[in-house]
Design a protein around this ligand. Structure first.
Ligand SMILES: [Zn+2]
Length: 331
């Protein structure tokens, strides 16, 4: 992923000034909006008006097992590099499929043309039933950066993928009391040479194209992208490109669970796997901590290792995501 304000691999002075200004201007306090769906009470004789009451949130609340999610992260890192064309990439693909063996799984396989040749890629989609029309997508990318030596992507790739596998456990055998939930493991997020609209997000661009053609895109109520969510020092960005009501929904969930201090200290635009879906008017949010180590110093380096992560961060992001799904259910 990339910040919109960023050009190349180093920050320009203008960019730093812009970031500083956004910090000074403060966080984007989320509005405490009432639940949008209204249940109307039946009007009885003599009653003057109907009363709107919020639809109940699903109870009990779902929560992730963060220790188990962290083990999934460790398993992926143990495969080593997971860039396209490496043995680790095949291993993580097989690992995801094995973990999802009891679920309804589809693969979107395609050949991607990249600046360094053609690669076979595969998006993995696990579908969980719901009780209403529509689809909620929760997504992560599982490939890792190719261009940095000894890059194992503990945070960038493994953290969100491990958490998504744990989220799968939470929906296993328990239909969502709302839209269907589809968990999408994107391939080919990373650029092969330099991040650009044509060299990045290969998997999400392919799936968005497919879902535009077959009408699926129109059925998606929300797409929640998780990326770099394991940092011990968790600071989830307030991504300007993400859909406003989803950003508000996530803040409501964070506040409900007492985790609001981990969200939205910084507001800026992020280009990531949600971009192709935003272009199709799918409501999207990117839950990303793009401040990995001081000044993002561990990002895309061989220092992106397990010791920088904590299960607590996976707990926070996992539980806030599951709470947000409850709120999307009743929209
Ligand atoms: Zn990356």
């Amino acid at each position: 992923m990339k910040l919109f304000v960023q050009r190349g691999e180093t920050m320009t002075f203008a960019c730093i000034v812009a970031l500083y200004a956004s910090l000074l201007s403060g966080c984007n306090g989320a509005k405490q909006e009432a639940q949008s769906e209204k249940n109307t009470m039946p009007v009885e004789q003599g009653q003057l008006a109907t009363k709107a009451i919020p639809a109940p949130l699903e109870t009990p609340r779902r929560t992730v097992d963060a220790e188990r999610a962290m083990r999934y992260v460790q398993d992926q890192v143990a495969f080593g590099r997971r860039a396209l064309g490496t043995p680790g990439h095949k291993k993580v693909q097989d690992y995801i499929l094995a973990k999802l063996k009891d679920e309804k799984v589809e693969q979107d396989k395609f050949t991607a043309k990249t600046p360094v040749g053609d690669f076979e890629m595969s998006n993995i989609i696990a579908k969980f039933p719901g009780t209403k029309d529509g689809i909620i997508v929760i997504a992560s990318h599982y490939d890792t950066l190719a261009s940095v030596k000894n890059f194992v992507g503990a945070n960038d790739g493994a953290s969100s993928t491990g958490l998504l596998l744990e989220i799968a456990n939470q929906f296993h055998g328990k239909p969502n009391p709302g839209p269907e939930v589809w968990l999408v493991f994107f391939d080919g997020e990373e650029a092969f040479k330099t991040w650009s609209s044509s060299d990045s997000t290969y998997g999400s661009r392919h799936l968005a194209g497919l879902w535009e053609k077959d009408g699926t895109a129109k059925k998606i109520k929300a797409l929640i992208l998780l990326d770099m969510v394991g940092d011990k020092d968790l600071n989830i960005e307030n991504d300007d490109n993400s859909t406003k009501w989803l950003r508000d929904t996530f803040m409501e969930s964070a506040q409900t669970l007492g985790y609001q201090s981990y969200f939205y200290k910084r507001e800026q635009g992020v280009d990531d796997d949600h971009t192709p879906f935003l272009k199709l008017d799918v409501p999207c949010i990117d839950i990303i901590d793009f401040d990995y180590g001081y000044n993002n110093v561990f990002w895309h380096t061989a220092d992106d290792t397990l010791d920088k992560l904590s299960p607590k961060s996976l707990q926070i992001v996992g539980d806030v995501t599951l709470d947000a799904v409850r709120r999307i259910n009743i929209r």
